[in-house]
Ligand binder design. Structure first.
Ligand SMILES: [Zn+2]
Length: 444
């Protein structure tokens, strides 16, 4: 039995425009034919015809930056410590379902505590659960005072941390080989340090020689590499090392951009995290009041260089850093597209290509996802409004009318929101502490 998808308008993930009146024929879970309805093979008795004549059909969307194990974290302690790994895996499966129902049929998880993301990936692939196609890293490899080494030295980096600390090149190589044995799809390096030098610049926590040797070992073993690099130095070192995908690149300079171009690196900014922090957070904790203002400046600085990078022809992949409280699962995946159009000058078609056929370059399935062509999996997202007219429409759940995974319809009914579990998040027991004057004031 074949399935015939009649599409009022189809975006194939590769082109520049919507094609009207198309038919997609699916055999098993794979696309057998795509073309104008007038040229489609005739449906035989028993074939199923699904009519999306009044809709817009897209390749299943892809977010390459979803941290399934974080649980919409509010603090580093939530990321690393609270909630046991077994609970995290179950919670992550719930999160993966939310991503899928938002029209995202594939995701990459670029840093996971324990083996949470890989377990979700494998359980879905075994057919135990319905979920998006998952490609993942393990714990991110970090150097001293790098992202992940954020607790005081007398605590160190716990086993449960999303970061794994390597103190020298030998330890790094051993960690890379261990993660490859553990069947991680790619290796993530936290290259930025947490501290700035005298010139106010973020320092890289690895030297050029160390990073180059680590990336070379990954490539020898056949796994791709991603770095967390917002600072100038981290971007430059990553590009020179030939890293496959550079996350953030907010403080990249012209020299860094030149190396990015020369070495064929891909950029993936994840500006959603910053823009959401600016627009939706007002930290009451005085230690963090600076953050929204700093992030506003970050967005300004980043946009200038990222526009240059786009003009220089650098490919962009699309990810949102979902899994934090400001970027909850299932809510903001299309926000990055909106930001790329609004801040970075992408056309809607360019942004849609980036989140489909460009993003697929990182995934296990490669060219078999992110495009509607014969031979690809029949992963389709059907929407009621034309995203070329208004890319923001992809953010509205009522606009996502159907999602197909390998030609099978996904149940889009939202699951009930779960109650908070005591150990799921860190918490401050005395949050808003009042003065006696304030209490007296409230009494009146
Ligand atoms: Zn991230």
């Amino acid at each position: 039995m074949r399935k015939y998808f009649r599409c009022g308008n189809l975006f194939d993930g590769l082109g520049d425009r919507m094609k009207p009146d198309q038919t997609v024929v699916v055999e098993d879970d794979v696309i057998a034919f795509v073309g104008p309805t007038s040229e489609a093979p005739a449906a035989a008795a028993g074939d199923e015809v699904l009519d999306h004549g009044g809709a817009w059909v897209l390749p299943g969307l892809i977010d390459i930056h979803v941290h399934l194990s974080y649980g919409n974290a509010q603090a580093n302690e939530d990321v690393d410590m609270f909630a046991p790994p077994e609970f995290r895996a179950l919670r992550a499966m719930h999160a993966a379902g939310k991503v899928l129902r938002a029209g995202y049929t594939s995701l990459a998880d670029p840093a996971s505590t324990n083996r949470v993301a890989a377990s979700v990936r494998d359980a879905i692939n075994c057919g135990m659960f319905t979920g998006p196609r998952v490609t993942c890293a393990g714990r991110q490899v970090t150097g001293r005072q790098g992202l992940g080494d954020w607790y005081p030295v007398w605590i160190g980096v716990p086993e449960s941390s999303v970061g794994v600390l390597v103190r020298n090149l030998d330890e790094a190589i051993e960690e890379i080989r261990t993660q490859v044995k553990d069947r991680m799809d790619f290796i993530k390096f936290a290259v930025d340090g947490l501290q700035r030098n005298g010139d106010g610049e973020l320092m890289s926590c690895f030297s050029q020689a160390e990073l180059s040797a680590m990336v070379e070992e990954c490539h020898r073993l056949g796994v791709k590499t991603i770095t967390h690099s917002r600072g100038r130095e981290a971007v430059l070192y990553s590009a020179r090392a030939g890293v496959d995908v550079i996350f953030h690149a907010f403080e990249m300079d012209d020299e860094g951009l030149e190396e990015v171009v020369r070495n064929g690196c891909v950029l993936s900014p994840a500006l959603t995290f910053l823009v959401n922090t600016v627009e939706f957070t007002r930290p009451s904790d005085p230690c963090h009041r600076w953050r929204p203002n700093m992030n506003r400046k970050d967005v300004e600085v980043a946009s200038e260089m990222l526009v240059k990078a786009r003009k220089a022809g650098v490919p962009f992949m699309v990810g949102t850093d979902s899994g934090f409280a400001v970027t909850p699962y299932g809510e903001w995946h299309a926000r990055e597209l909106e930001i790329m159009v609004e801040y970075l000058g992408f056309t809607e078609a360019e942004a849609l290509r980036a989140t489909t056929s460009v993003n697929s370059g990182l995934l296990r399935e490669g060219n078999a996802v992110g495009r509607v062509v014969p031979g690809a999996f029949a992963d389709l997202t059907v929407v009621a409004e034309d995203p070329m007219e208004d890319i923001s429409s992809l953010l509205r759940s009522d606009n996502i009318t159907h999602v197909y995974l390998g030609g099978e319809p996904v149940d889009l009914a939202p699951t009930a929101d779960f109650r908070p579990y005591n150990w799921e998040h860190s918490f401050r027991q005395w949050n808003d502490v009042y003065t006696r004057e304030r209490v007296a004031e409230l009494a009146h």
